[in-house]
Design a protein around this ligand. Sequence first.
Ligand code: ADP
Ligand code: MG
Length: 451
Amino acid sequence: DKDELLEKLRANLSRDTWNNWLTSAEILEINDKKIIMGLRNIFIKETVEKRFGTIIQDTLSNILGKKVSVEFREIPITRESKNSVTGPIIKNRPLKLSEFNPEFTFESFVVGESNRMAYYSALEVSKNPGKFNPLFIYGDVGLGKTHLLHAIANYVLDHSPDMKIKYVTAEDFMNEMMDGIRSSGMDKFREKFRKNVDFLLIDDVQFLIGKNTVQTELFHTFNTLFNSQKQIVICSDRTPEDLSTFHPRLISRFEMGLVTDIQAPDKATKYLIAKKMAEMISFQLNDDVAYYLAEHIDQNLRRLRGAIMNLVLQSQISGKEVDLDFAKKTVDSMIKMNANKMKFHSKEVIDSIKEDSVINAVALELNLDRKEIFSNSRKKDIALARQLIAYIFKTNFKMKTKDIAEKLDKNHSTIIHSIKKIEQSLLMGNEVIKESLNNIYIKLEEEKVSM
Ligand code: ADP
Ligand code: MG
């Protein structure tokens, strides 16, 4: 029964999560393998899908005692929703030109030595658009650049709702331009970026390295907006100067205003960021755990966030509180996995390992004969061996599913399923699979060394 299922789901999630995000949730359909959940608006739908999708899916699977997938849909506004109490977070946020992440705000941004300049510059241009023009923020991946761009957008939307503010990644900019050239027309494209914009945020501008036509277009967009005193903010993973193959006139435009960097956070700041991230998703993160994360996870704050999400998921599944031991185990295996994964994502290492060695290493790890792997046996070990091989081929060797299917002499959908199976196990923190995979990586590494 739909209401009953929803009630059980609610009982399995934290009260804050429910109140903030899921009060509009409705089960629209229950099939044998799929559950369709409706949510109030596109923002809620997307956030829930991204942030809680896996947890909801796992929880529902647990409740039903079988694996189900969950599809999220937006409930059209005209339809009267049964659960008409809405969560407080997003209710009144209007949908504007582009969609901004409602969680990336100045309030949710922790200020430390490493990002103080970037933070205050961003805040200043939000309050006084045009004052420092352009604002150029550079820094490594995962240090909060995109967060600041969205924070600017959210601030401007809250304080000057009439201002037309637009956020694009350089890649979006290029794609929309290509679209203009191909079909919708360049006039329309130019109108969109030059006339209908009061405030332009461009993310990851380094993407345009080597793309001269797009740079030229950006240059003209820049000039038009700049000349009519419209604020422009640009983010990049390197300084303007280091965008060395950029057209010099574009670089000098970037340098014309305020250039500021964002550095790796120190431990204390990382600790506070961990606490803030947890707070944002209403997750109880103990101080010692937060400190452990700050100490052991590198500067890329996406990994910090990943670790926290991992803890949330694991505690949901196990029903246990996250204490230091629990966190240590999770984080250690995450770090170990990452280190190995990273090694095995390097092209040089991959090129030196033969596909056959992977099959041998898996066979060895699972105590199987190579021949057995290619047999039609449905024995559990053998199925697992094939899944692991498919997973490694896909994630580390970047092979196409089609080619993996051919190599293992299985059909396409079996391979897709195999890869998903391993991914799911890893996500659920399945220690046995993690351990096996690690051992296989180690075997491959040893073989490489001895070659
Ligand atoms: P970048 O764009 O520089 O690669 P992001 O803006 O995507 O980095 O940041 C990565 C993650 O870290 C995001 O979830 C972001 O909210 C979070 N984050 C980064 N800096 C901070 C900070 N100072 N306070 C709180 N969260 C932060
Ligand atoms: Mg970014």
